[in-house]
Unconditional design. Structure first.
Length: 462
């Protein structure tokens, strides 16, 4: 049976598990919010630890905190940052909308870790000095998002693009049937298709980097409503400097701290950019699934690496499991963005009151996009094999190739040849020979698939 100790706060006494590092306010939140069993993400807890450490250092530099207290707070905050004490952050995501419970959870944990018989570290007076939950939690959201996009997502996206470009180089001369409306169109190369995926992802990186410039502006120092009550007027700027040194990532103090406390527009923007990334990956995942479909009755252009049996009843069946996983990740990110959008509207007067659910959803989106994009790159795209025979056969019998003859024979005759080739299941070459005065060599030169992938008509030499 669990043993308890008695803790006190401004509302009275409360039983707290004897080995818990938190105190009464955390226990009240545990009791009040038995909602989902979802707790705040690891990245968010790490950010809280960073904030408490940087705040202590800034307050000490400004002459408001004793150096011994600062050192004790920072040492305890390191344990919060590392994940060593995550089990002592049990509060449900669906809690008070300001995230006050999570801020006090951190304050109490650091207080318990830092206090000794000789030195008592007060959770409010010391750990929370110059701070309010109302600026700490928005700052923790911003810091955790900036760090994880910078350190996890963007490197993963760069890696994905690099894998695509390497594969594109391998397959630069392999021509396949292009498709529009899922119908046969003019030929492209595998290299062009893969390079397009890489280029789209690289553009997404540029969008993310631009958004991070705004997310990295922190409201810390605005305290309760943005006015900075109980904080040194120099605290916000110095805090950002200390945090920059601690993390190696540039943060700055938000010019108007009311903005970052009453609204979460920068995070809503970031969530929107994550949705764009998800849109890109949904397209890539579905392209891979279509190209891999079959192997006999589908398109069957490529064979993805076989990762696991595909059916509990059909022996030998292998499914495109990683593209399917990525498609589900993308659906989740799109749903998370809808939640963040609704939550972002909940800035009532001087405070947004859906901060914990914003943090949970944005950080989940960053995490699952980071991990799954690497898996898709290295365990699907990097190792897929081209079915050269099927690809070549499809290109050769594609009547749409007649499009290349438009400039020579005109659209109407081209349409007639294409329809006849479709109907009689014959090659465009044979039907064109029957219906024009062009020689076989002339037709072959015009219809050369690799030439058709290189663009428009060359300028005539005078």
């Amino acid at each position: 049976m669990t043993e308890y100790r008695i803790e006190k706060d401004s509302m009275g006494e409360l039983q707290v598990p004897v080995n818990a590092l938190y105190g009464a306010q955390t226990q009240r939140a545990i009791n009040n919010f038995p909602v989902s069993d979802l707790t705040m993400p690891r990245e968010f807890i790490k950010a809280l630890g960073l904030i408490k450490s940087a705040a202590a250092e800034a307050n000490t530099a400004l002459g408001h905190m004793d150096s011994a207290i600062c050192e004790a707070v920072q040492q305890a905050a390191l344990k919060v940052q590392s994940g060593e004490v995550d089990q002592h952050f049990p509060i449900d995501v669906f809690q008070t909308g300001s995230g006050t419970s999570s801020n006090m959870n951190c304050n109490e944990v650091i207080s318990h870790l830092a206090s000794t018989e000789q030195l008592f570290i007060h959770p409010n007076d010391h750990v929370n000095m110059g701070q309010s939950s109302n600026d700490v939690i928005p700052t923790a959201i911003a810091v955790s998002c900036v760090l994880n996009v910078t350190e996890a997502l963007i490197p993963a996206l760069r890696d994905f693009a690099a894998v695509c470009r390497h594969k594109a180089d391998e397959l630069s001369a392999v021509v396949k049937t292009g498709r529009t409306h899922l119908m046969d169109a003019m030929p492209v190369t595998f290299g062009q298709e893969l390079t397009t995926w890489a280029s789209t992802v690289e553009t997404n990186i540029e969008r993310l980097e631009d958004t991070l410039k705004r997310v990295a502006q922190l409201p810390q120092g605005g305290t309760a409503v943005g006015t900075g009550v109980n904080a040194d007027v120099r605290f916000g700027a110095l805090f950002a400097e200390k945090l920059t040194v601690q993390t190696g990532v540039t943060f700055s103090s938000m010019p108007n701290k009311f903005d970052g406390i009453s609204a979460q527009d920068n995070i809503v923007e970031l969530s929107g950019q994550l949705k764009v990334v998800a849109t890109t990956f949904m397209k890539v995942a579905n392209d891979l699934r279509w190209m891999n479909s079959g192997p006999l009755a589908g398109i069957g252009e490529i064979e993805l690496p076989a990762l696991q049996p595909g059916s509990s009843i059909m022996p030998g069946k292998v499914n495109p499991v990683l593209p399917e996983a990525m498609a589900m990740v993308c659906a989740q990110v799109m749903g998370n963005d809808a939640t963040v959008t609704v939550a972002g509207q909940s800035g009532n007067f001087q405070l947004n009151v859906m901060l914990p659910v914003i943090a949970y959803n944005v950080l989940q989106s960053i995490h699952i996009l980071s991990t799954c994009s690497r898996e898709l790159a290295h365990n699907s795209i990097k190792g897929f094999k081209v079915n050269h025979e099927a690809v070549s056969e499809n290109v050769g019998k594609n009547p749409i190739l007649v499009t290349a003859l438009n400039a020579v024979i005109g659209y109407d005759l081209g349409a007639k040849i294409a329809k006849q080739a479709y109907k009689e299941k014959r090659s465009v070459l044979d039907v064109t020979l029957e219906n024009t005065d062009l020689t076989e060599q002339q037709i072959k030169e015009i219809l050369d698939p690799i030439k058709l992938t290189t663009g428009g008509i060359e300028e005539k030499q005078s």
